[in-house]
Design a protein around this ligand. Structure first.
Ligand code: GDP
Ligand code: MN
Length: 387
């Protein structure tokens, strides 16, 4: 799960990280009113789940209420296109109007889960503001990393090393930077983040240290224990098919190929995809209906898989244990009659009540349903269908 910049700023402010004063606006009038409250220069920023806003023209510095109106009108009536959005861009519904700062230098500070080391890593760089991926590629030495001990967390000497890495020599500024790093680490742990990033952290001309942009991703499996995050949830940041699947107790993983996979169990999904690849095919997704799927859930699963335009064929691979094969067969037939299959569906069923399932499928005589004797046969057939 992701949150917007304005929400990430709230969490940072609560953790003691200084952020400039700001207001959320959903209309041009509200944006202009926010400018009046701030008094002085302001920056208008689109609140969308994509970065690269500055270069796309969706972060604008304004000196007058009229400029704020122009910037707000532009952002609320144009889709933002950046390297992170795809060519169709994203709609802007909310703006942040923030007190603008005079920047002396920009820094990068982030905490991210390092899966290879099984712990979180704090990364800082004096090359902030720009895309950190480019810095990582071209000047990896410009990023300083310190890994957190899973129980001890951020230790004082590590924090001091990170502050030194940012190049702060002034005692007050170094203290302020240390407070920012500690605050960010606290937010990361408190809310089960996968990523908590400030880019840029700035030093202003008057020597203040402030976070002026923040990005946070949270572990979806931990959101249940954070009421605060649940309140911040905005579905426009998520894959709509994944959300739909979740609502029906299904898990959906989008991929790049053209064969939809409907399976029960993650292990079976892995072997199904291996077999598809072995036979020259590419999975478009996999939808795991879980162990105890009902007919309604299975029908919804078909709707989700079929709604992906990339899907040119479907492989259904179900091992009937708790979920009985005849239930799955009934769901298949119901789905075929209710939604209609416009692509071939290869079915491999094995396990409890499999004979009954095959009888049902035969009686129904749905032309798009192709039965397979085993997984190799199924993979062969579905790959031939989409070739
Ligand atoms: P992003 O492009 O989506 O990452 O949006 P940011 O919020 O990071 O803004 C992009 C850039 O705009 C920053 O790196 C700054 O250079 C500039 N910027 C943002 N806010 C201010 C501000 O208050 N004052 C000044 N002078 N520049 C700003
Ligand atoms: Mn940024």
């Amino acid at each position: 799960m992701k949150v917007h910049e304005y929400q990430a700023r709230e969490l940072l402010a609560e953790a003691g990280v200084p952020v400039p004063k700001s207001y959320v606006a959903t209309t041009v009038d509200q944006a202009a009113a926010a400018f009046d409250k701030i008094g002085g220069k302001a920056v208008v920023k689109a609140q969308v789940f994509a970065g690269g806003r500055g270069k796309a023209g969706f972060v604008k510095l304004c000196d007058t209420a009229e400029q704020v109106r122009q910037a707000a009108t532009f952002m609320l009536s144009n889709r933002m296109v950046s390297p992170q959005t795809g060519s169709e861009g994203v709609e802007v519904k909310k703006l942040l109007v923030a007190d603008a700062v005079d920047i002396e230098s920009e820094y990068y500070v982030a905490v991210v889960m390092d899966r290879a080391k099984n712990t979180a890593v704090v990364m800082v760089s004096q090359e902030g503001g720009v895309e950190i991926e480019i810095v990582a590629k071209e000047k990896p030495g410009a990023i300083i990393k310190r890994w957190l001990h899973p129980h001890l967390g951020l230790m004082s000497f590590q924090c001091a090393q990170l502050v030194a890495g940012l190049g702060f020599t002034d005692k007050e500024q170094a203290k302020a930077a240390a407070k920012v790093i500690r605050g960010l680490v606290n937010v990361f742990h408190k809310y089960d983040c996968a990523l908590a990033e400030i880019n840029p952290l700035v030093r202003t001309k008057s020597g203040e240290i402030l976070a002026i942009d923040a990005k946070m991703n949270f572990d979806d499996n931990a959101v249940f224990r954070h009421k605060r995050l649940q309140e911040m949830f905005d579905p426009s940041g998520e894959n709509p098919m994944e959300l739909r699947a979740k609502e029906h107790n299904l898990s959906y993983i989008p991929l790049d190929g053209n064969i939809g996979c409907l399976v029960n169990g993650a292990g079976l999904a892995m072997s199904t995809m291996d077999l598809i690849k072995l036979h020259g095919g590419e999975p478009a997704n996999f939808l795991d209906v879980g162990g105890s799927v009902t007919a309604e859930e299975a029908t919804e699963a078909f709707r989700i898989v079929l709604s992906d335009p990339k899907v040119k064929g479907i492989l259904v691979n179900i091992f009937g244990g708790i979920a009985k094969c005849d239930t799955i067969a009934e769901a298949l037939i119901a789905a075929a009659r209710e939604i209609g299959f416009d692509v071939p569906v290869v079915v491999r069923l094995e396990g409890t009540n499999v004979e009954r399932a095959h009888e049902l499928l035969k009686e129904a005589a749905i032309p798009q349903l192709i039965t397979a004797t085993d997984l190799t046969d199924a993979a062969n057939k579905v790959c031939a269908q989409v070739a």
